[in-house]
Design a protein around this ligand. Sequence first.
Ligand code: ZN
Ligand code: ZN
Length: 337
Amino acid sequence: MRLRFDPHLVNDPFGDPGLFVDCRDERRALLFDLGDLRALPPRKLLRVSHAFVSHTHMDHFAGFDHLLRVVLGRKAQLTLVGGPQFVDQGEHKLRAYAWNVVHRYEVELVLDVLAVAPDGSGERARFSSRRAFARDGTQAFRWADDVLLDTALLRVRGGFVDHGIPCLAFVIEEKARVKLAKDRLDALGLSTGAWLRGLKQAVLAGASDDTPIDIEWRDARGAHRTTRPLGALRDVVLAVAPGQRIGYVTDLRHTEANIARLKALLGGVDRLYIEAVFLHADLAHAQRKHHLTARQAGEIARAVGAHDVVPFHFSPRYADHPEALQREVIAAWRHAP
Ligand SMILES: [Zn+2]
Ligand SMILES: [Zn+2]
Protein backbone atom coordinates (compact mmCIF):
# COMPACT_ATOMS: atom_id res chain seq x y z
CA MET A 1 0.00 0.00 0.00
CA ARG A 2 1.30 3.47 -0.86
CA LEU A 3 2.27 5.48 2.19
CA ARG A 4 0.69 8.88 2.45
CA PHE A 5 4.00 10.10 3.79
CA ASP A 6 7.43 9.53 2.36
CA PRO A 7 10.27 9.20 4.92
CA HIS A 8 13.95 9.37 4.06
CA LEU A 9 17.14 9.88 6.04
CA VAL A 10 18.60 13.36 5.58
CA ASN A 11 22.18 12.08 5.30
CA ASP A 12 24.06 8.85 4.61
CA PRO A 13 24.39 6.64 7.72
CA PHE A 14 27.73 8.27 8.68
CA GLY A 15 26.29 11.79 8.47
CA ASP A 16 24.31 13.60 11.16
CA PRO A 17 21.08 11.81 12.09
CA GLY A 18 17.81 13.17 10.73
CA LEU A 19 14.62 11.98 9.06
CA PHE A 20 12.65 14.04 6.53
CA VAL A 21 9.02 12.96 6.21
CA ASP A 22 7.18 14.42 3.23
CA CYS A 23 3.39 14.48 3.75
CA ARG A 24 2.27 15.35 0.24
CA ASP A 25 -1.46 15.12 0.90
CA GLU A 26 -1.10 17.76 3.60
CA ARG A 27 1.37 19.87 1.56
CA ARG A 28 3.85 19.78 4.44
CA ALA A 29 6.86 17.92 5.70
CA LEU A 30 8.02 16.90 9.15
CA LEU A 31 11.67 16.90 10.17
CA PHE A 32 13.15 14.79 12.93
CA ASP A 33 16.42 16.19 14.31
CA LEU A 34 18.27 19.27 13.13
CA GLY A 35 21.86 18.17 12.55
CA ASP A 36 23.63 18.92 9.28
CA LEU A 37 20.69 19.77 6.97
CA ARG A 38 22.65 20.97 3.94
CA ALA A 39 21.67 17.86 1.97
CA LEU A 40 18.06 19.11 1.98
CA PRO A 41 17.39 21.73 -0.70
CA PRO A 42 15.59 24.92 0.43
CA ARG A 43 12.37 23.87 -1.32
CA LYS A 44 12.22 20.85 1.02
CA LEU A 45 13.08 22.84 4.14
CA LEU A 46 10.36 25.35 3.23
CA ARG A 47 7.80 22.52 3.36
CA VAL A 48 8.66 21.72 6.98
CA SER A 49 5.80 22.65 9.31
CA HIS A 50 7.12 20.88 12.42
CA ALA A 51 10.66 19.97 13.47
CA PHE A 52 11.11 17.49 16.31
CA VAL A 53 14.46 17.39 18.13
CA SER A 54 15.30 14.19 20.01
CA HIS A 55 17.89 15.93 22.22
CA THR A 56 20.28 18.84 21.88
CA HIS A 57 23.65 17.20 21.31
CA MET A 58 25.24 19.17 18.48
CA ASP A 59 24.81 16.47 15.83
CA HIS A 60 21.03 16.76 16.40
CA PHE A 61 20.61 20.52 16.83
CA ALA A 62 23.45 22.41 15.11
CA GLY A 63 21.35 22.69 11.92
CA PHE A 64 18.79 24.94 13.63
CA ASP A 65 20.66 27.99 12.31
CA HIS A 66 20.61 26.65 8.75
CA LEU A 67 16.88 25.94 8.90
CA LEU A 68 16.17 29.38 10.35
CA ARG A 69 18.28 31.07 7.69
CA VAL A 70 16.39 29.29 4.89
CA VAL A 71 12.88 29.97 6.21
CA LEU A 72 13.43 33.53 7.46
CA GLY A 73 11.58 36.01 5.23
CA ARG A 74 10.00 33.19 3.23
CA LYS A 75 7.83 31.24 5.65
CA ALA A 76 5.21 32.40 8.15
CA GLN A 77 5.19 29.66 10.75
CA LEU A 78 7.40 26.88 12.07
CA THR A 79 6.80 24.70 15.12
CA LEU A 80 9.78 23.23 16.98
CA VAL A 81 9.36 20.47 19.56
CA GLY A 82 12.01 19.16 21.94
CA GLY A 83 12.75 17.87 25.41
CA PRO A 84 13.23 19.63 28.77
CA GLN A 85 14.66 23.20 28.54
CA PHE A 86 14.08 23.25 24.78
CA VAL A 87 12.32 26.64 24.90
CA ASP A 88 15.31 28.12 26.76
CA GLN A 89 17.76 26.50 24.37
CA GLY A 90 15.86 27.82 21.33
CA GLU A 91 15.81 31.27 22.90
CA HIS A 92 19.57 31.15 23.52
CA LYS A 93 20.15 30.31 19.86
CA LEU A 94 17.97 33.23 18.76
CA ARG A 95 19.65 35.64 21.19
CA ALA A 96 23.02 34.95 19.59
CA TYR A 97 22.16 37.08 16.52
CA ALA A 98 21.39 40.76 15.91
CA TRP A 99 17.85 41.26 14.58
CA ASN A 100 17.63 44.99 13.91
CA VAL A 101 16.16 44.72 10.38
CA VAL A 102 14.06 41.55 10.25
CA HIS A 103 10.93 43.34 11.53
CA ARG A 104 10.77 45.01 8.11
CA TYR A 105 10.62 41.74 6.16
CA GLU A 106 7.35 41.36 4.32
CA VAL A 107 6.75 37.82 5.62
CA GLU A 108 6.62 37.58 9.40
CA LEU A 109 8.12 34.37 10.77
CA VAL A 110 6.63 33.01 14.01
CA LEU A 111 8.45 30.19 15.75
CA ASP A 112 6.22 28.18 18.07
CA VAL A 113 8.57 26.32 20.42
CA LEU A 114 7.41 23.49 22.68
CA ALA A 115 9.38 21.71 25.38
CA VAL A 116 8.13 18.50 26.97
CA ALA A 117 9.61 16.73 29.99
CA PRO A 118 9.50 13.11 31.22
CA ASP A 119 7.29 14.14 34.18
CA GLY A 120 4.51 15.18 31.77
CA SER A 121 5.05 18.92 32.15
CA GLY A 122 5.36 21.12 29.10
CA GLU A 123 6.20 24.71 28.21
CA ARG A 124 5.61 26.64 25.00
CA ALA A 125 6.51 30.12 23.80
CA ARG A 126 6.39 32.12 20.56
CA PHE A 127 9.20 34.07 18.93
CA SER A 128 8.26 36.50 16.15
CA SER A 129 10.59 38.14 13.64
CA ARG A 130 8.43 41.28 13.98
CA ARG A 131 9.61 41.58 17.59
CA ALA A 132 13.26 40.64 17.04
CA PHE A 133 12.45 37.10 18.21
CA ALA A 134 11.79 38.21 21.79
CA ARG A 135 10.10 35.47 23.81
CA ASP A 136 6.34 35.94 23.92
CA GLY A 137 3.28 34.21 25.36
CA THR A 138 5.05 31.61 27.49
CA GLN A 139 2.55 28.99 28.67
CA ALA A 140 2.82 25.89 30.79
CA PHE A 141 0.83 22.85 29.67
CA ARG A 142 0.41 19.23 30.66
CA TRP A 143 1.69 16.68 28.19
CA ALA A 144 -0.97 14.26 29.29
CA ASP A 145 -0.62 11.61 26.60
CA ASP A 146 2.32 11.03 24.31
CA VAL A 147 0.84 12.87 21.31
CA LEU A 148 3.04 15.69 19.95
CA LEU A 149 1.14 16.39 16.71
CA ASP A 150 -2.33 15.37 15.56
CA THR A 151 -3.52 16.24 12.04
CA ALA A 152 -6.30 14.93 9.81
CA LEU A 153 -3.99 12.33 8.27
CA LEU A 154 -1.33 11.51 10.83
CA ARG A 155 -0.20 11.60 14.40
CA VAL A 156 3.30 11.97 15.90
CA ARG A 157 3.86 10.46 19.33
CA GLY A 158 6.98 10.70 21.46
CA GLY A 159 8.44 8.98 24.48
CA PHE A 160 11.61 9.51 26.50
CA VAL A 161 14.51 7.09 26.51
CA ASP A 162 17.71 7.37 28.53
CA HIS A 163 20.85 8.55 26.72
CA GLY A 164 22.61 9.81 29.86
CA ILE A 165 20.18 12.72 29.33
CA PRO A 166 16.47 12.41 28.43
CA CYS A 167 16.06 11.82 24.70
CA LEU A 168 12.83 11.63 22.67
CA ALA A 169 12.02 8.63 20.49
CA PHE A 170 9.26 9.18 17.94
CA VAL A 171 6.60 7.26 16.03
CA ILE A 172 4.80 8.72 13.01
CA GLU A 173 1.39 7.12 12.54
CA GLU A 174 -0.77 7.39 9.48
CA LYS A 175 -4.41 7.44 10.53
CA ALA A 176 -6.75 4.71 9.33
CA ARG A 177 -7.86 5.30 5.76
CA VAL A 178 -11.23 4.81 4.10
CA LYS A 179 -11.30 3.26 0.63
CA LEU A 180 -14.18 4.31 -1.59
CA ALA A 181 -15.75 2.73 -4.68
CA LYS A 182 -15.99 5.77 -6.92
CA ASP A 183 -17.95 3.87 -9.61
CA ARG A 184 -20.73 3.29 -7.08
CA LEU A 185 -21.12 7.07 -6.74
CA ASP A 186 -22.33 7.20 -10.34
CA ALA A 187 -25.10 4.74 -9.52
CA LEU A 188 -26.27 7.15 -6.81
CA GLY A 189 -26.18 10.08 -9.26
CA LEU A 190 -23.29 11.69 -7.38
CA SER A 191 -19.81 12.74 -8.38
CA THR A 192 -16.45 12.99 -6.63
CA GLY A 193 -15.36 16.20 -4.91
CA ALA A 194 -13.84 17.62 -1.78
CA TRP A 195 -16.98 16.48 0.09
CA LEU A 196 -15.61 12.90 0.12
CA ARG A 197 -13.22 14.04 2.87
CA GLY A 198 -16.23 14.76 5.11
CA LEU A 199 -17.66 11.32 4.31
CA LYS A 200 -14.35 9.65 5.22
CA GLN A 201 -14.07 11.60 8.45
CA ALA A 202 -17.63 10.62 9.44
CA VAL A 203 -16.86 6.93 8.75
CA LEU A 204 -13.61 7.07 10.78
CA ALA A 205 -15.38 8.83 13.63
CA GLY A 206 -17.99 6.02 13.74
CA ALA A 207 -20.87 8.44 13.02
CA SER A 208 -24.42 7.05 13.01
CA ASP A 209 -26.40 6.32 9.82
CA ASP A 210 -28.59 9.42 10.19
CA THR A 211 -25.57 11.80 10.20
CA PRO A 212 -26.12 14.27 7.32
CA ILE A 213 -23.32 14.41 4.75
CA ASP A 214 -23.08 17.60 2.69
CA ILE A 215 -22.35 16.78 -0.93
CA GLU A 216 -20.99 19.33 -3.41
CA TRP A 217 -19.31 19.03 -6.75
CA ARG A 218 -18.79 20.92 -9.97
CA ASP A 219 -18.99 19.65 -13.52
CA ALA A 220 -19.72 20.98 -17.01
CA ARG A 221 -23.32 21.62 -16.02
CA GLY A 222 -22.29 23.78 -13.07
CA ALA A 223 -22.34 23.40 -9.29
CA HIS A 224 -24.35 20.69 -7.55
CA ARG A 225 -25.28 20.57 -3.89
CA THR A 226 -27.29 18.04 -1.91
CA THR A 227 -27.33 16.27 1.47
CA ARG A 228 -27.69 12.55 2.15
CA PRO A 229 -27.69 10.60 5.40
CA LEU A 230 -24.49 8.60 5.99
CA GLY A 231 -26.55 5.37 5.88
CA ALA A 232 -27.44 6.03 2.22
CA LEU A 233 -23.72 6.25 1.33
CA ARG A 234 -22.50 3.07 3.10
CA ASP A 235 -22.32 1.15 -0.22
CA VAL A 236 -19.70 3.58 -1.45
CA VAL A 237 -17.36 2.67 1.44
CA LEU A 238 -15.33 -0.43 0.53
CA ALA A 239 -13.01 -0.79 3.51
CA VAL A 240 -11.31 0.91 6.43
CA ALA A 241 -7.59 0.06 6.38
CA PRO A 242 -5.24 0.68 9.32
CA GLY A 243 -2.49 3.24 8.69
CA GLN A 244 1.24 2.59 8.49
CA ARG A 245 3.61 3.44 11.37
CA ILE A 246 7.25 4.55 11.22
CA GLY A 247 9.59 4.67 14.24
CA TYR A 248 12.61 7.00 14.63
CA VAL A 249 14.90 6.04 17.51
CA THR A 250 18.27 7.69 18.30
CA ASP A 251 20.34 8.12 20.67
CA LEU A 252 20.02 5.74 23.64
CA ARG A 253 21.65 3.30 26.01
CA HIS A 254 20.85 -0.40 25.93
CA THR A 255 18.74 -0.79 29.08
CA GLU A 256 15.68 -2.87 29.94
CA ALA A 257 13.75 0.32 30.77
CA ASN A 258 14.53 1.81 27.34
CA ILE A 259 13.42 -1.37 25.57
CA ALA A 260 10.18 -1.50 27.58
CA ARG A 261 9.43 2.14 26.68
CA LEU A 262 10.09 1.53 22.99
CA LYS A 263 7.82 -1.55 22.98
CA ALA A 264 5.02 0.54 24.47
CA LEU A 265 5.58 3.47 22.08
CA LEU A 266 6.15 1.76 18.77
CA GLY A 267 5.44 -1.96 19.01
CA GLY A 268 4.73 -3.52 15.59
CA VAL A 269 5.96 -0.55 13.52
CA ASP A 270 6.13 -1.07 9.75
CA ARG A 271 9.58 0.45 9.56
CA LEU A 272 12.05 1.33 12.32
CA TYR A 273 14.86 3.83 11.79
CA ILE A 274 17.28 3.08 14.63
CA GLU A 275 20.81 4.13 15.55
CA ALA A 276 23.53 1.46 15.22
CA VAL A 277 26.64 3.37 16.19
CA PHE A 278 29.25 0.70 17.00
CA LEU A 279 29.96 -2.93 16.22
CA HIS A 280 29.19 -5.25 19.11
CA ALA A 281 32.93 -6.03 19.32
CA ASP A 282 33.21 -2.43 20.60
CA LEU A 283 30.49 -2.84 23.24
CA ALA A 284 32.50 -1.21 26.04
CA HIS A 285 32.99 1.88 23.90
CA ALA A 286 29.25 1.99 23.06
CA GLN A 287 28.39 1.80 26.76
CA ARG A 288 30.75 4.67 27.61
CA LYS A 289 29.13 6.83 24.92
CA HIS A 290 25.53 5.88 25.89
CA HIS A 291 24.90 4.42 22.43
CA LEU A 292 23.71 1.12 20.97
CA THR A 293 25.77 -1.45 19.15
CA ALA A 294 24.48 -2.73 15.83
CA ARG A 295 23.55 -6.07 17.39
CA GLN A 296 21.60 -4.30 20.16
CA ALA A 297 19.80 -2.18 17.55
CA GLY A 298 18.77 -5.33 15.67
CA GLU A 299 17.65 -7.02 18.89
CA ILE A 300 15.52 -3.99 19.76
CA ALA A 301 13.99 -3.98 16.26
CA ARG A 302 13.15 -7.65 16.81
CA ALA A 303 11.82 -7.06 20.35
CA VAL A 304 9.44 -4.30 19.23
CA GLY A 305 8.25 -6.40 16.27
CA ALA A 306 9.45 -4.02 13.55
CA HIS A 307 8.58 -5.25 10.03
CA ASP A 308 11.53 -3.46 8.48
CA VAL A 309 14.64 -1.87 9.97
CA VAL A 310 16.89 0.93 8.66
CA PRO A 311 20.05 1.50 10.74
CA PHE A 312 21.86 4.85 10.77
CA HIS A 313 24.15 7.09 12.92
CA PHE A 314 27.22 4.92 12.18
CA SER A 315 30.48 5.86 13.89
CA PRO A 316 33.11 7.18 11.44
CA ARG A 317 35.52 4.52 12.72
CA TYR A 318 33.73 2.07 10.37
CA ALA A 319 33.84 4.35 7.32
CA ASP A 320 35.62 1.72 5.24
CA HIS A 321 33.28 -1.16 6.15
CA PRO A 322 29.71 0.11 6.78
CA GLU A 323 28.33 -3.24 5.58
CA ALA A 324 29.61 -4.83 8.82
CA LEU A 325 27.21 -2.65 10.85
CA GLN A 326 24.39 -3.24 8.40
CA ARG A 327 24.90 -7.04 8.51
CA GLU A 328 25.06 -7.14 12.30
CA VAL A 329 21.76 -5.23 12.63
CA ILE A 330 19.93 -7.39 10.09
CA ALA A 331 21.28 -10.66 11.56
CA ALA A 332 20.09 -9.77 15.08
CA TRP A 333 16.72 -8.53 13.78
CA ARG A 334 16.06 -11.73 11.78
CA HIS A 335 17.38 -14.36 14.14
CA ALA A 336 16.77 -14.92 17.82
CA PRO A 337 20.07 -15.17 19.73
ZN1 ZN B 1 23.43 12.17 21.64
ZN1 ZN C 1 23.85 11.56 18.12
